[in-house]
Design a protein around this ligand. Structure first.
Ligand code: ADP
Ligand code: MG
Length: 339
């Protein structure tokens, strides 16, 4: 230890990459979120070897202008916010401008993209944070992002990855959650060239639930809808009979983002208490739309946590809405409709 020096950008990116891209599923999450932010309604996710050697995301979104590609791969470069004030009203999934820089620092990337109406598209190669080429190319509108060999230049990180099968299962869970929370987007997921999921994008969440969780669960759902003031809740909850021994099927999304929240967990579990045994957890697939002023998603780089300004109110409303929904179910005689 002697002289203090400022680290160069590439080193900073490699260090920071550890926060944003822990594993292949995190890469898929960032790239799919970018596709959603780019207003795509058809998104294809292809992976090989659990996403460690190959991840390709293709979307039909807005694309990126050739002149803006290199800057998009710089740290803290984003088209989604301009100032700290914008953080209060941010509605896109991304905004930190870190994902592309981080992913590019620890893998080999080929980007092919074309914006609406432009005559030609662009092809950009960047490896380990080093630009290789940027050229014009004919391609369809939208963006294809191909990532190869995650952590090829940071072997210490690569060692922490699990087996291809386990990494693939994380990605599969993630794509399923993305699909169920965005029924308006048609998702395709291929693992080692095998089609694993294909949703229609027709807006029907129940149909996506059927695809992912099967007929048994899809036939035991209660619709939920609430809208008042700052909050809208929609989606489905499972009848108590399909409760499980873990929280894996307790999913909810806030403004399009999959998150974990102890307040929401508690409200759901309290509402189900009269109907289920201890340590049984319901199936839920709920979309919350909350005024962005009332939440803070800027807590952690992976944005898995949010803070609410009105926790007690949110708890009370959700508890009441779900309790009412479950009570009404008791009034309806159980007829096997043979769905
Ligand atoms: P952030 O999403 O936080 O803005 P990223 O590093 O993920 O940061 O992306 C940087 C920028 O690149 C985005 O703000 C966006 O303008 C552009 N971009 C990334 N992916 C896509 C895509 N699939 N389609 C269109 N633009 C994209
Ligand atoms: Mg992003």
């Amino acid at each position: 230890m002697n002289h203090i020096t400022l680290l160069d950008q590439n080193t900073i990116n490699k260090i920071a990459a550890g926060e944003v891209v822990e594993r292949p599923a995190a890469v898929v999450k960032e790239l799919v979120e970018n596709s959603i932010d780019a207003k795509a309604n058809v998104i294809t996710v292809e992976i090989k070897e659990g996403g460690i050697s190959f991840i390709r995301i293709t979307d039909n979104g807005t694309g990126i202008e050739k002149s803006e590609i290199p800057i998009a791969f710089k740290r803290h470069s984003t088209s989604k916010i301009r100032s700290v004030e914008d953080l209060i009203t941010v509605s896109s999934l991304g905004f930190r401008g870190e994902a592309l820089a981080s992913i590019a620092a620890v893998s080999q990337i080929e980007l092919v993209t074309k914006t609406n109406g432009s005559l030609t598209g662009s092809r950009y190669l960047i490896e380990g944070g080093e630009e290789k080429s940027l050229e014009e190319i004919g391609c369809p509108e939208g963006t294809t992002f191909l990532m190869r060999n995650l952590f090829y230049n940071t072997p210490a990180r690569r060692k922490f990855l699990k087996s291809s099968m386990t990494e693939a299962s994380y990605i599969s869970d993630l794509v399923e959650r993305m699909a169920v929370s965005h029924p308006n987007i048609s998702f395709k997921f291929l693992n080692n060239n095998q089609l694993k999921l294909h949703t229609s994008g027709n807006g029907q969440m129940k149909e996506v639930i059927y695809h992912i969780y099967g007929r048994e669960i899809a036939s035991q759902l209660l619709p939920v809808f609430f809208e008042d003031g700052f909050l809208k809740i929609s989606g489905f909850i499972g009848k108590p009979i399909i409760s499980r021994g873990n929280r894996n099927y307790m999913n909810y999304f806030i403004n399009g983002r999959y998150i974990k929240s102890s307040v929401i967990n508690k409200a759901i579990e309290e509402a189900y208490k009269p109907y289920t045994m201890a340590h049984r957890y319901p199936f839920t697939c709920l979309l919350f739309e909350i005024e962005s002023e009332r939440i803070d998603v800027n807590v952690h780089p992976t944005k898995m946590e949010v803070r609410f300004t009105h926790q007690e109110e949110l708890f009370r409303i959700l508890y009441d809405v779900l309790s009412e929904c479950l009570r009404q179910r008791e009034l309806i005689p159980e007829i096997q409709l043979g769905l």
